[in-house]
Every structure is written in C-alpha cells, then in structure tokens.
Design a protein around this ligand. Structure first.
Ligand SMILES: O=P(O)(O)OC[C@H]1O[C@H](OP(=O)(O)OP(=O)(O)O)[C@H](O)[C@@H]1O
Ligand SMILES: O=c1cc[nH]c(=O)[nH]1
Ligand SMILES: [Mg+2]
Length: 207
C-alpha cells in the first residue's frame, strides 16, 4: 500500500525542496521538518494502551504507546537526515544504518555498511530514504532487514518514481510505503522527474 501525504504543509515544504534555488541549509531543514510530518502519518497505527496516572486534578487511565518496540533504519547517506529528525518523536527507538550507494552506470545498489539493532526481529521498522527512484536501493535494504529477521517494515521516502513504487510492490508486497509525492518518471540517468535532484548532494553540499 502506498500512502501519499497530501497535507498542505507537506506539499509546501516539498515544493521548496524541489526549487533549484533552495540552498543547503534550507534544504536540510526542510528535509528534517518533512520527515517529522511523514512520521506522523507513518506511525498513525502505533498501538496504545491505557496507563494509570494522576493529573494535578484527578487520577485516571490515559493512552500511551505499547506493543512492539520501534527501530528507525537509515539508508546512508541521505536517509540519515530523516532518522536524525524522527528520533526526536520516538526517543526510545533504536537506530540502524544500511550503507548503499547507487552505481551511476548500472544504477545497481552497492552495499558498503550494515549495522542493525540485534533485536530487530522484535521491532517495528521504519526504513528511511528520501528518494525511491528505480527502487533498487530500497529493495536491497528491505531484503537485508528481512535477512536479519525483521518482519514489520514500513518504507518512508520524501519522493518516489512510479518505477520504484512498482519494484517495492513486486519484491516486497508486505511493505507499506509513505511518501510526500509520486512524480512522473525516471530520466535516462535514473533521476526522478521533475524531482528535486540528488538528495544526498543537496543535504550535504557535495556538489
Ligand atoms: O531507487 P534507487 O534507484 O536505488 O535510487 C535511490 C538511491 O539513490 C540515492 O542515494 P545515492 O546512491 O546517491 O547515495 P548517497 O545517499 O550516498 O548520495 C538515494 O538516497 C537512494 O538511496
Ligand atoms: O532523483 C534522484 C534519484 C536517485 N537519487 C537521488 O538523490 N535523486
Ligand atoms: Mg546521492
């Protein structure tokens, strides 16, 4: 299932991220803010259970998070900006990292790092990468999460191409996707059009 978050705040911030005139500082801030808004949607179905506590006026039962513990997993590099932001909302979550880069010629993902919480199998996993383009990187990252035992995985991206969404639906039909927009198509270099350019380079100022 793909959820496109159409909230005006999300769409407004995304348009600023797309703008070629938006500089590194603002791009980074927007990515972090958008990540919080996407997490608000992606975490909508977290379970609550009543907890007894006293307000200054009376005692009662009030809802608090329960159920499975959480893990945030970033696909390096660009996914880091998202986990760094979202962990503010769920400070008890563990954070994992999967290092992948996309070979510019073949567009195939190349793995270079993997560090996941040892109890990932018992956690609800929120995998972050701002860009879902061909879907190769996200599909490989989901496979390595499953190989490590993860059974509940949601993918959070800022922008997707229809091609990437189709790859995840084909390879991992059990994984829900939350995005701010699904764009038109990929160009010959595997870039999302109209897109926002190279997310990693725009976040870290490497171009
Ligand atoms: O869906 P795909 O076609 O696999 O492309 C998407 C990947 O490309 C970008 O990373 P990149 O390879 O530029 O690495 P970086 O984050 O280190 O810049 C992006 O952050 C995704 O991980
Ligand atoms: O458009 C794209 C495609 C892959 N990676 C990016 O950062 N941007
Ligand atoms: Mg990049």
């Amino acid at each position: 299932m793909v959820t496109v978050v159409t909230h005006p705040l999300v769409q407004h911030k995304l348009s600023h991220m797309r703008d070629v005139h938006t500089g590194v500082k603002e791009f980074r801030e927007l990515a972090a803010e958008l990540s919080l808004l996407l997490a608000y949607e992606a975490m909508r179905d977290l379970e609550l259970e009543p907890h007894r506590l006293s307000t200054p006026l009376e005692s009662g039962e009030f809802p608090m998070l329960t159920g499975k513990k959480l893990a945030l997993v970033a696909i390096l590099r660009a996914g880091l900006i998202m986990t760094d932001s979202i962990v503010q909302l769920v400070p008890a979550a563990k954070v994992g990292h999967i290092g992948l880069y996309r070979d510019p010629q073949t567009l195939q993902p190349v793995a270079y790092y993997n560090k996941l919480p040892t109890d990932i199998a018992e956690r609800r996993v929120f995998l972050t990468d701002p860009m879902l383009a061909t879907g190769g990187s996200a599909s490989a990252a989901i496979q390595s999460l499953k190989d490590a035992g993860a059974a509940s995985i949601k993918l959070m991206s800022i922008l997707a191409a229809p091609e990437g969404v189709a790859v995840i639906e084909r390879d991992h039909p059990d994984v829900d996707i939350v995005v701010a927009a699904v764009d038109s198509h990929l160009n010959d270099h595997g870039y999302i059009v109209p897109g926002l350019g190279d997310a990693g380079d725009r976040i870290y100022g490497t171009k």
